[in-house]
Write a protein that binds this ligand. Sequence first.
Ligand code: BES
Ligand code: MN
Ligand code: ZN
Length: 498
Amino acid sequence: MNYFTTTSQPSKRAVDCAIVGIYDRGKLGAGASDIDSASGGEIRRLVKRGDISSKLARCTMLTNVPGIKADRVIVAGLGKRADFGAAQLRKVLAAATRLISETKTRQVLNCLSLESVSRTSRYYVARHSAEAIGDALYRFTEMKSGRKPAASALKKVGFCIAKRSDASDTRLGAEHGGAIVIGASLARDLGNLPANVCNPSYLARTARKLATGNGKLSTRVLTEAEMRRLGMGSLLSVTAGTKEPAKLIVMQYKGERNEKPVVLVGKGVTFDTGGISLKPGPSMDEMKFDMCGAASVIGVMAAVAALELPINLNVIVPAVENMPSGKATKPGDIVKSMSGQTIEVLNTDAEGRLILCDALTYARRFKPAAIIDVATLTGACVIALGAHRSAVMSNTDALRDELVDAGARAGDLAWPMPLGGDYEEQLKSNFADMANIGGPAGGAVTAATFLGKFTDGLTWAHMDIAGTAWKSGAQKGATGRPVPLLSEMLLARCGALP
Ligand code: BES
Ligand code: MN
Ligand code: ZN
């Protein structure tokens, strides 16, 4: 997507479509007001007739508006002026974009960047706008046969600004938003692909492809033999039942010379049947999304590489398929992790933690400044927080706050949950150093507590994205979360925010 800024009046700019807004009780936004005057009161006339609604995200498309240069005008409902914040802005632009994508509009002028958006700077107004438009244009048609619906014609998004001095922050916000869309779209594609296409080898190929031709980025893929030599008995126990070879994907981005890296670890279970502790049938197809943690950290890497951020970032993806078979791990089996600790596998469906613990141990060699694992780890997290917020657990309060705050700024919400302490009791095993499950009570917390046994001495956080990574039902599909949250955290860390 191309972005530009302009200080000219919306009515004087020749574009395929201009987006303007109207608040409740007929109050016109800045762009609507300008177009209304230039057209001799066209917008007010239509409002009076009841043909234009100010209800949030209700959009009306006008053509042949006299006295202006734009071919089309979308008048978007902005709701109550006092309530117009970043989330409302995103909703409105998503709706406007859906309307635009049904037309042949190639350039659009977003006049909503002239509005004051509560508690949102010019930079974030532009970034949220670029993200909302990009997300709304996303389509997943790869697996459909026959003639594919044409990709949207939209190639250029302009931002109206009130004064020249708003240009640099607006342009930066749009550029960052565009990169986040690239990362989130990649994450959504990987999530939406079926497990018979997106298997561990496919994830490895995708990671390799991202690195080709990029001098700052390299990808290494470890095979099962190499993992066996490293002593990753826990990870390998999950892949025992499948014919698909497991991979440990290691991506390194060097944008800085001498800094310790941030390490992101993403759960890459390309399909989770539960193994011998087989899952029930209904909705099992959704377990193709059990690699969304992996998809999101690869997506973040794509965004960081696109922006060439001055930061060091490593991404580690343990990629496996969890299947039952005559060779599969059985409940009660005891495995030895790379850390040396032994684990009694009481439930083969608690497999995410079994691959993550070895990936976390492996990550120690990079001496991370901070390490964050991202995983669709527990159904219990969906019960606790639903689809609205990802859970954040950490052994370091500052890192936990950093992630939750980044999520709030990015509009990709998260919430803190506890860890360790009393919850350790639930992981006791009569036979091994620990069990891999802690019972149904506090399931999201005991899962994080399990991982905490492998992160001694590291500045570590865990994100459970089981509720946020994908949508079920008619809108079934990957969301690309938490790519915006993690990107925001990295942008802040390397001083790239205004
Ligand atoms: N991938 C699932 C978690 C999950 C389930 C995410 C449903 C989203 C929706 C994970 O591997 C799993 O099966 N967890 C078990 C753990 C239990 C056996 C302790 C769960 O949550 O039921
Ligand atoms: Mn499972
Ligand atoms: Zn799983």
